[in-house]
Design a protein around this ligand. Structure first.
Ligand code: AMP
Length: 173
C-alpha cells in the first residue's frame, strides 16, 4: 500500500484522551488485512537494515507491531512494560509527562552488554517515551541500532530528543 492509502486506514479522534489532542486510532489500520501487512512489511524492511538481535517493544501498541516485526525477521522480542507488570527482577526508568511522571520497566536479565536492538512503538510524538526506553536499554549495556514507528508526528519534533539515534517512521504527519 502507498503512504496515502495507509493513512486512509488510520482514524483521527479529536479531543481524546483530552481536549486539544488528535488521537491517531490505529485499530482501523489493524483491522484492515492489507494495511496491517503493509505497515509491518515496511517496518520490517527498515529494521532489517540495522541487523538487530532483538526487538524491544513498548507497551502496549509497540507490542503489536514489535512482535510482528520480530516474527517476520526471525528475531527475539523484549517487552518494556508499565510499572508493576513484569514478574521477575526489573530495571526501571521514570520520565516526565505533561502532568506528573510515569515509570517503565524491563526485566533485568533481558539484555546483555553488546546486544544490538531496535526499539519499536506505534507512534512518535514528543519523543519522551522512547528517550526513556533508550536510557533503560542503554543502562544494560545494549546498543540501540535504531528506533522505528508506524506514525511520526513530525510537528512535535520528537527526533530532537533522540539525538544520535537512527529514527525510522512509516508515515509522517
Ligand atoms: P511521546 O512520549 O510524546 O513520544 O508519546 C508517545 C506515546 O504516546 C506512544 O506510545 C503513543 O502511542 C502515545 N501517543 C502520543 N500522542 C498520540 C496521539 N496523538 N495519538 C495516538 N497515540 C499517541
Amino acid at each position: 500500500m502507498t503512504s496515502a492509502q495507509l493513512k486512509k486506514t488510520i482514524r483521527d479522534i479529536p479531543d481524546f484522551p483530552k481536549k486539544g489532542i488528535i488521537f491517531k486510532d490505529i485499530t482501523t489500520l489493524l483491522k484492515d488485512p492489507k494495511a496491517l501487512k503493509s505497515s509491518v512489511d515496511i517496518l520490517a524492511k527498515a529494521v532489517a537494515k540495522a541487523k538487530p538481535k532483538y526487538i524491544v517493544g513498548i507497551e502496549s501498541r509497540g507490542f503489536i507491531f514489535g512482535t510482528a516485526v520480530a516474527y517476520k525477521l526471525g528475531l527475539g522480542f523484549i517487552p518494556v512494560r508499565k510499572k508493576g507488570k513484569l514478574p521477575y527482577k526489573t530495571t526501571s526508568v521514570s520520565y516526565d509527562l505533561e502532568y506528573g511522571t510515569d515509570t517503565l520497566e524491563m526485566h533485568a536479565d533481558a539484555l546483555k552488554k553488546g546486544d544490538k536492538v531496535v526499539v519499536i512503538d506505534d507512534l512518535l510524538a514528543t519523543g519522551g517515551t522512547v528517550a526513556a526506553v533508550a536510557k533503560l536499554v542503554g543502562g544494560s549495556g545494549a546498543k540501540i541500532a535504531g528506533v522505528a514507528f508506524v506514525i511520526e508526528l513530525s510537528f512535535l519534533n520528537g527526533r530532537d530528543k533522540l539525538k544520535g539515534l537512527p529514527v525510522f517512521s512509516v508515515l509522517q504527519y
